[in-house]
Design a protein. Structure first.
Length: 249
């Protein structure tokens, strides 16, 4: 059984979802969903091969064979190559992170604890596949993939903030995500090399980094309130201008 809830031997064959199912145009949403499931299933199957072959055509071909798909399936599912498979892996991890956070019901925790719990849930799920995560970062590090890497990181922290209950719509929306992107990226790299039991050193590192973020957010909030309060007490500068004298005739 795959993480998608589909028996791997029952994943639909390539091309089966491209045939119209209902009406002259078919069920486009169903077809797109089935193709997404195939892509995700192929990525999950590839995790067993990536430590040996990297994120490569070879790893995807082996994964296709595991699923009973033909050797041309990876090229049809990922026409833009291995980088698109890595992007699919990241998007899949984002979706699982959101579901894992929702299942924990973190609403009673403070912001600090929710951030820590969210990042831990994200990383702990992929503990058995550390090497595949490391190899994914190597693909993102290629010069041509840097824009995709930045977009992937921003999407991950945006989904994390929303999953833990952030609903900000002002300038803090950007500052929160920029701060969390730095924390998440640093923690991810630390986690990849952490050999401590149950990654205890990673969670200690994460706790310190989150403390810095929370302090920064609190400082900005206090500074913003202080500035607003000061501005409210200042006189209206228009009232300081000399009034025009009316000339009577």
């Amino acid at each position: 059984m795959s993480d998608l809830g589909l028996p791997r031997e029952q994943l639909p064959p390539i091309g089966a979802t491209e045939t119209p199912a209902n009406g002259p145009h078919g069920d486009a949403d169903s077809a797109a969903g089935s193709l997404d499931a195939l892509r995700q299933g192929l990525v999950l199957a590839a995790l067993d091969h990536v430590p040996f072959d990297g994120w490569s055509d070879r790893a995807l071909t082996h994964a296709a064979a595991d699923l009973g798909l033909d050797a041309a399936a990876p090229a049809r599912l990922f026409p833009h190559g291995v980088s698109s498979a890595v992007e699919c892996f990241t998007a899949l991890a984002d979706g699982m992170m959101v579901r894992d956070i929702a299942a924990q019901n973190l609403s009673d925790l403070g912001v600090r604890e929710r951030i820590i719990s969210g990042i831990r849930l994200r990383l702990e799920r992929w503990g058995p596949h550390k090497e595949s995560v490391r190899r994914a970062l190597a693909v993102y590090a290629l010069p041509q993939n840097m824009p995709s890497a930045a977009h992937a990181t921003w999407t991950t922290v945006d989904m994390l903030w929303k999953a833990i209950g952030d609903r900000s719509a002002d300038f803090s929306w950007y500052s929160k995500r920029a701060s969390l992107a730095a924390v998440y990226s640093a923690t991810l790299l630390y986690w990849l090399d952490d050999q401590s039991e149950d990654h205890a050193e990673t969670w200690s590192f994460l706790s310190r980094r989150v403390d810095d973020v929370v302090k920064t957010i609190q400082f900005r909030q206090k500074a913003s309130k202080a500035i607003s309060s000061t501005l409210e007490r200042l006189p209206n500068p228009l009232n300081l201008l000399p009034r025009r004298r009316t000339i009577r005739r």
